[in-house]
Design a binder for this molecule. Sequence first.
Ligand code: HEM
Length: 150
Amino acid sequence: MPAIIEAVDSPQAPADTPYARLGGAPTVARIVEAFYARVAADDVLRPLYPEDLEPGKQKLTWFFEQWLGGPTSYSDRFGHPRLRRRHFPFVIDERAAGRWLRLMREAWNEVGVPRELQDPVFERLAPLARHMVNATDDVPREPLGDAYLD
Ligand code: HEM
């Protein structure tokens, strides 16, 4: 069944969402793969990530499915995203946020998502990335792991 029809049939994934318009779960997976391939080779971001990139890749995939209007894949497993809180264990400065956004834009370009679909998404992603900056904040740095947060 074409992804767009499947999305219409699923009560969790209405058709008129960025998720449905860009092609649903397969496209999200390709975007996250392309992003993580860049993270793996990046001098600024790679040191921030754990040695095993796979669990985080899976989490970002679930998160994007949800955040783009698809099924609630992330919250079903981990509760409220609380993204700023979940990033406290990682010391994120402006440079890292800028690099994250750049690599994410490259990933969407590589996958070939049309610019008119990308633009509204990046209008939301840019402030979100800035919001993660915590390098000079006095925040708890203990690892949160797979915590379920309310
Ligand atoms: C601003 C720069 C950012 C940096 C440097 C960064 C870095 C990281 C790192 C190091 C992890 C841990 C990965 C792991 O445990 O394997 C992570 C997790 C995650 N990031 Fe980011 N991130 C940034 C921005 C964002 C943004 C803007 C989003 C959402 C659009 C996001 C979504 C996530 C999600 C969903 C997780 C998994 C959280 C969990 O359940 O543990 N990140 N990030």
